[in-house]
Design a protein around this ligand. Structure first.
Ligand SMILES: [Zn+2]
Ligand SMILES: [Zn+2]
Ligand SMILES: [Zn+2]
Length: 199
């Protein structure tokens, strides 16, 4: 973790005090992101319309992927009405036509999944979240939790590998030492014999 980074600051948009901050780990580096930046960075993990996270229960053919980015949405959530009969039947193996869908962040550069909290603005603190923002916040929290669980599992695995490697190295060292002792004993025996022969 970068000690220079403000504990409450989003590392992507540099917003100083976002209303919510999420921690995610990527290749051993932990970063803090605001809700909007987290959702944009992990946009392939959830449906950009209903904010439900994709899991193994959602087959790839039941989603439609953005033509510009890895973001995808359920066929049933897709704003463009596609043949809803194929979306309903999971037996259809035909992939949805590519690039016929553009996700919201790609179609609108000013789009935010979650409102940025601006300093010194006239929006009162207690403005209730819209239903959509609440769903976005839940999705972001779920992504962060799943990500941290993965990061912890990876760290544990890494630690375990190191322990095993250390044990193996110890065994190898022991083996090498035993070999060395054998060699020394053999040599001593040989020299002892030679000395005996010299007599
Ligand atoms: Zn941000
Ligand atoms: Zn959806
Ligand atoms: Zn996109």
């Amino acid at each position: 973790m970068n000690s220079e980074q403000n504990q409450r600051e989003c590392i992507v948009c540099r917003e100083k005090e976002p209303s919510f901050i999420h921690t995610v780990g990527k290749t051993g580096v932990f970063r803090r992101l605001c809700t909007d930046c987290l959702l944009k960075e992990y946009r392939e993990l959830f449906c950009s319309v209903c904010f439900n996270l994709f899991d193994n229960a959602v087959p790839p053919q039941a989603r439609i992927i953005c033509g510009n980015c890895p973001s995808s949405t359920h066929l049933s959530c897709s704003p463009q009405p596609l043949s809803s009969s194929t979306a309903a039947s999971s037996s259809s193996s035909a992939p949805p036509p590519a690039s016929s869908f553009t996700c919201q962040p790609c179609s609108n550069p000013n789009f935010t999944f979650f409102p940025k909290s601006r300093v010194n603005d006239d929006v009162p603190e207690e403005t209730p979240l819209s239903a959509e923002s609440a769903m976005a916040l839940i999705a972001a929290a779920k992504i962060s939790v799943a990500n941290m669980n993965n990061a912890v599992a990876l760290l544990k695995e890494e630690a375990l590998k190191k322990i095993i490697a250390a044990k193996a190295a110890k065994l190898r060292a022991k083996g090498a030492l035993a070999n060395l002792q054998d060699i020394v004993i053999q040599k001593n025996k040989a020299t002892g014999k030679r000395k005996e022969d010299e007599r």
